[in-house]
Design a protein around this ligand. Structure first.
Ligand code: HEM
Length: 259
């Protein structure tokens, strides 16, 4: 979902591009590129080189939110596509799933996103799946002492162990919000209150400090429309992080290749 600044995660490896698809956080993880390609192909047939791949991605994020029951928002368009990718930036700027709250806050701040954005946008984990390898550490060795994460609900912990063994099974998947994995709602925040957040980066929003993020998790768990309003605002904010406009970049014909 996330990408390096002024760079395109959609570009494949080529003579001039080292693709961000192969960065640590993205490899074997990002999926659905064929959906973007299909939309682009249809658009090019009727209206060549007009709608950028970056805008298609932003529209698809909004569309999938609405279709799964979440909020709608007015989406500023007119982004152009970057002609570059940055493996290094992708590796250093995308937070890993075992992040501490402090690490999450630092990396979001680097993009101009605050604690309110961090908590609301993490609510994107109300839909979708994660691989065992992204939460295994929590089950078997959270703090280097061969013990599970003590903030995990016990019943949930045993369920997760059955899909994610200590050795092997790295690609087994588990829902980020097991109560309603295909519905965009505020259940994600309720689960976190009960110690049933899947990733460390989810649970620390509640346990990582007694401050702002903990209060926000509580408020979004109580009030779904508050979460929806803020998610919409934060998605627009994230979509406005240094977009290319005017004569910068290009509008590609094929999202995977620089023209
Ligand atoms: C706060 C920092 C974040 C971290 C550490 C994080 C981490 C992850 C991880 C590890 C996965 C599973 C990937 C895999 O199994 O390969 C995942 C999936 C997902 N993330 Fe995040 N994420 C973050 C923020 C976001 C944001 C801001 C959004 C959207 C607004 C988002 C939306 C999703 C979705 C929809 C999935 C499921 C994808 C699927 O089912 O294929 N995440 N995230």
């Amino acid at each position: 979902m996330l990408q390096g600044c002024d760079a395109s995660v959609l570009l494949d490896d080529s003579a001039t591009i080292v693709s961000e698809k192969n960065s640590g956080p993205n490899k074997n993880s990002l999926r659905g590129f064929e959906v973007i390609d299909e939309i682009k192909t249809k658009l090019e047939e009727v209206c060549p080189q007009t709608v950028s791949c970056a805008d298609i991605l932003a529209l698809a994020a909004r569309g999938s939110t609405v279709l799964s029951g979440g909020p709608n928002w007015e989406l500023p368009l007119g982004r152009r596509d970057s002609k570059t990718a940055s493996l290094t930036t992708s590796n250093t700027n995308i937070p890993p799933p075992n992040s501490t709250l402090q690490n999450l806050e630092t990396l979001f701040k680097r993009q101009g996103l605050d604690e309110v954005d961090l908590v609301a946008l993490s609510g994107g984990h109300t839909i979708g799946m994660a691989r065992c390898v992204t939460f295994k550490q929590r089950l078997y060795n959270q703090n280097g002492n061969n013990q599970p994460d003590q903030t995990l609900d016990k019943g949930y912990y045993y369920n997760l162990k059955s899909v994610c063994p200590q050795s092997g099974g790295d690609n087994n998947i588990s829902p980020l919000d097991f109560a309603s994995p295909a519905k965009f709602d505020n259940t994600y925040f309720k689960l976190i209150l009960w110690g049933k957040g899947l990733l460390t980066s989810d649970e620390v929003l509640f346990t990582g400090s007694a401050g702002t993020t903990m209060q926000l998790v509580k408020r979004y768990a109580e009030d779904e429309s508050l979460f929806f309003d803020q998610f919409a605002k934060s998605m627009v904010k994230m979509g406005n992080i240094s977009p290319l406009t005017g004569f910068k970049g290009e509008v590609r014909k094929n999202c995977r290749r620089v023209d």
